[in-house]
Write a protein that binds this ligand. Structure first.
Ligand code: F6R
Length: 606
């Protein structure tokens, strides 16, 4: 969703701002804009891509301090006026805002009564006028921002520049801001990706923080005016390259990064000798694990599907009741929270508002939540305080791929750890740990020999709809395949547990209907064969994802074998052809693979 980048220093701001905006494009947006200070403040905004903004800029936009924004519309349509930055009436203050101002309507009424004309339909614009009013009473910039935010309700990450002050004022509440530290220059951004090539030293603002960022220093303070010492952290040690390299799209790059991503997740966490796994960051002893009444996992979209796989692995290996919940539903159903149960918030970005809200609901009711998160230092990771990072490296394609595999891997590690603390034998543990250790190699083998994906694309790309089926641990994999194809190729897809197909979706089948079946060589395979036959009897074409050497291949119209592994770990292999089918179908249909319409990478609104 919306992104922010700001610069103050001794160099021209515009190259940093434009480069930062390009690096924020992955979050999803529909317009962008910049404000650069050079005596007065010049503002340029444009709907469309960052390249459209760049093309519309005058040849020289000079100034060594500026702020910029990519907007994903929430309040008000996609127009140049609604794009950020927003300015005070005299143009002497400019502001960019991520988040939502919930009482914007009443603040707007108040401003209009005071004779102020707002130029946009956004909730954000009210803030700049409120700040301007405070400035006109003689308040200093920081005080003006603080007083304004005291009257605002909602979430914000804001950056404000003032014509007559050499600083950027920033504030965070619910929308992340990170300050990148340089020598005689500093940056501000809504995530670390635009900062990685510029500096390794960062300060991550906390909710309720304000910061004055100037050429030679950063002063942070709290909402109530107390000054704070902010911790400087290093970005070193976060693996992965944020650049595209030789790949045409981030999605393809990230699919191919899965072997390395999985190794990063598993390294140091497997105890081969004792057939155990170690997730030290969870802070749970074997004694505590023995007493846990149940486990609950929370996530959205792909993270939900990974949680549904994790639920089955945990329940199978540890024999402890486990449920996966849709985060966006969770807190609205007044859930009963057992304080000695384990809750996991599963999220790639660590910023998903629905999952964050679920975490807060559990904490409010006295429960503890642990994060299973990719982005280090993200809001959910910090809200949870404890958990395990999945170490996928930066994921920039909107369609999540390597994060799915690593979430499954991390939850599998937990399943082994809790299993071993309960009834899972050392022998079985050893077998599982060995199998898990081999998965990255198997993923590599499959990616080197992907099977007839192009044939599948020919079959699905013009289909009215595609049905995805799987049983047991493969049911969430089928859902994940359907989500991928739907979100980037815009093909209507349905996913069902294979046994449910005859209770409704079978009505859709006609001659030539494509049905993708995920059927690894597990105890449910024979049952899935019956579902395949029911589909074939209605003329459906079966695209079968199965394990190498398995005779089930005979049931397929198009057979895609993946390397065999332990039944608990098949999702990390069977998901691969589904990711590739979606990628290649989107390409064949001329879709924008990395930035599908209407979607955003981190969904920071409920
Ligand atoms: C699908 C996709 C989304 C996300 C969902 C949760 O490819 O990317 O469905 O999985 O928005 O996002 P995170 O994992 O960041 O909480």
């Amino acid at each position: 969703m919306c992104g922010i980048i700001g610069y103050i220093g001794h160099q021209q701001a515009i190259p940093f701002l434009l480069d930062g905006l390009r690096r924020l494009e992955y979050r999803g947006y529909d317009s962008s804009g910049v404000a650069v200070k050079n005596g007065d403040i010049s503002v340029h905004k444009k709907t469309g891509k960052v390249a459209d903004l760049e093309a519309s800029l005058p040849t020289k936009v000079e100034g060594t301090c500026g702020i910029a924004h990519t907007r994903w519309a929430t309040h008000g349509g996609v127009t140049d006026e609604n794009a950020h930055p927003h300015c005070s009436a005299d143009g002497k203050i400019a502001l960019v805002h991520n988040g939502i101002i919930e009482n914007a309507r009443s603040l707007r009424n108040y401003l209009e009564k005071e004779g102020i004309k707002l130029r946009s339909e956004t909730d954000s614009e009210v803030l700049v006028h409120m700040i301007d009013r405070e400035i006109s009473t003689g308040a200093k910039p920081l005080t003006a921002v603080r007083r304004t935010l005291k009257r605002a309700r909602g979430t914000w990450g804001i950056c404000v520049v003032f014509e007559s002050h050499e600083k950027i004022i920033c504030a965070r509440n619910g929308s992340p801001l990170v300050i990148g530290l340089g020598s005689g220059e500093n940056w501000v951004a809504s995530d670390t990706l635009p900062l990685q090539a510029l500096t390794q030293q960062v300060i991550r603002l906390e909710d309720g923080d304000l910061a004055e960022v100037s050429v030679d220093g950063i002063k942070t303070s709290r909402f109530d005016g107390r000054t704070t010492d902010s911790e400087v952290t290093s970005l070193d040690g976060e693996w992965g390259e944020a650049e595209l390299g030789d790949y045409p799209h981030f999605m393809l790059k990230e699919i191919h990064e899965q072997p390395e991503a999985l190794r990063q997740c598993l390294t140091g966490r497997l105890d081969l000798k004792n057939g155990n796994a170690r997730l030290g960051g969870l802070g749970l002893t074997a004694k505590q694990l023995q007493k846990i009444p149940h486990v609950r996992l929370l996530g959205c979209g792909t993270a939900l599907h990974a949680s549904q796989v994790g639920r089955l692995v945990i329940e199978q290996l540890a024999r402890v009741p486990t449920v996966a919940h849709v985060s966006s539903e969770f807190r609205h159903n007044n859930p009963v929270i057992e304080t000695d149960a384990i809750h996991f918030a599963v999220s790639q970005s660590g910023e998903t508002a629905d999952t964050l809200a679920a975490v807060k609901e559990i904490q409010l009711k006295g429960g503890e939540v642990r994060g299973v998160i990719n982005v280090v230092g993200s809001t959910i990771a910090r809200q949870c305080g404890r958990g395990c990072y999945i170490h996928s490296g930066p994921e920039q394609s909107v369609a999540s791929t390597k994060a799915f595999s690593n979430m499954v891997a991390a939850l599998s590690l937990f399943a082994i750890q809790i299993g071993r603390a309960r009834s899972l034998s050392r022998e079985k543990g050893k077998h599982l740990v060995k199998s898990l250790q081999k998965v990255p190699q198997l993923v590599e083998e499959y990616l080197a020999n992907q099977g007839p994906i192009d044939e599948v694309v020919d079959l699905v790309k013009d289909a009215k709809s595609v049905l995805f089926l799987g049983r047991g641990i493969s049911a969430p994999v089928a859902r994940e395949g359907a989500l991928k194809l739907m979100e980037i190729a815009y093909i209507p897809c349905l996913a069902y547990p294979a046994g449910e197909m005859k209770h409704g979706p079978i009505a859709l089948l006609e001659e030539g209907s494509p049905v993708v079946v995920v059927a690894p060589n597990d105890s449910l395979k024979e049952k899935t064969v019956s579902s395949i036959q029911e589909c074939r009897a209605r003329g459906a074409k079966i695209i079968l994802i199965h394990e190498e050497g398995d005779s089930i291949a005979e049931e397929a119209d198009i057979s895609i074998p993946v390397p065999a592994t332990d039944p608990m770990f098949t999702p990390m292999l069977t998901v691969l052809p589904l990711q590739l089918i979606a990628y290649k179908a989107a390409l064949a249909l001329g879709c924008d693979v990395d930035r599908p319409r209407n979607l955003a990478k981190s969904v920071t609104v409920e």
